[in-house]
Design a binder for this molecule. Sequence first.
Ligand code: FES
Length: 151
Amino acid sequence: MLDLAELYQEVILDHNKSPRNFGPMTPPPTHQAEGYNPLCGDRFTVYVRLNDDVIEEIRFEGHGCAISKASASMMTEALQGMGREQAEAMFAEIHDMLTGKRKLDALDTDKLDKLVVLSGVCEFPVRVKCATLAWHAVHSAINTQGPVTTE
Ligand code: FES
C-alpha cells in the first residue's frame, strides 16, 4: 500500500499534469477572485457560480508551480456542489492542516478525503503558500473580497 508521502507525489503529479476544472467558465461566474504570490509571480483566478448559496460550478485558470496547480485542481473537485458555509469550513480545515495548526488526528480526515495528501506540504514550509494560494482565492471569491496575495 502506498504511504502518504508516495501518494502525495503521485497525486500532485497527476493533478499538475491534468488539472481538473481548468479554464474559463461559461456561462460567466457569479463570483471570482485572483490569488497572487508576489514571491514567485504565480497567479490563479478562481471562478465560482453560486446558486442559492451552493457552488454549482467552480473552475480556475492561471499559472503556478506543480503544488499550487494541483492544490487548486483538487480544491475544485472537493468544493463542487458544496454550500457556501460548508466550503468555508473546509477552507478553515485545509488552512489549519497546511499551516500545521492542526495535526491530521485533530481533523475530520473522512471529510477531507483525498485532500489529506496535501498535508505532505507541512514537510516543506516554503511550499505552504503554494498549496494555500487557490484556497485563499476561493475564500475571497465567495466572500466577494477581491484579489488576495500570499504576502
Ligand atoms: Fe509560486 Fe508555488 S512557487 S506558488
